[in-house]
Write a protein that binds this ligand. Structure first.
Ligand SMILES: [Zn+2]
Length: 161
């Protein structure tokens, strides 16, 4: 008698878990259009640096942004959205484009805020993070790319949102 009760109870709990799983997981939304290759590269770079991740929830699209903003991550209810400034995108080379999307994925996927620390050496200021509010110097990025990516994927700096 007691066993039967437990069995029923277990079934109810299992069913509740099943419902919860279905409701909470829902359908992954990855709508990246012509930006898909950047998201794939982001996942590959993360894997190379021992930070396995799959971007399941992201939408990336062109739009108009003010004040020379290259791109913007909007986090709120629903799928995180990256809006890319269509009128500026055409002027960027591949490295700059990757940097822009990685920065926004840092906000939208890694939930990082801005990290504006820099080091000053005579005649030079080097930004320490891709999550700097201002775009990185491309020479620095190409020279220290692995360090920048390691900082992006494995450091907790800027993880504030
Ligand atoms: Zn930003």
């Amino acid at each position: 008698m007691k066993w039967l009760y437990l069995q029923r109870c277990f079934r109810r709990v299992a069913f509740a878990f099943f419902l919860l799983t279905v409701v909470s997981c829902g359908q992954a939304v990855r709508n990246t259009g012509s930006f898909e290759s950047y998201v794939e590269a982001f996942e590959k770079d993360a894997a190379t640096l021992n930070r396995g991740l799959t971007v399941n929830y992201i939408e990336i699209k062109f739009g108009e942004l003010n004040d020379g903003t290259l791109a913007l991550c909007s986090l709120g209810v629903g799928t995180p959205l990256i809006t890319v400034n269509q009128s500026l995108w055409g002027n960027l080379d591949e490295t700059q484009r990757q940097l822009v999307i990685y920065h926004e994925l840092g906000h939208c996927v890694l939930k990082k805020g801005h990290a504006n620390q820099e080091i000053r050496i005579p005649g030079q200021r080097i930004k320490l993070s891709i999550m700097n509010q201002h775009p990185l110097d491309l020479t620095d990025y190409l020279k220290f790319r692995k360090d920048y990516l390691n900082e992006l994927f494995n450091s907790s700096a800027g993880r504030s949102i």
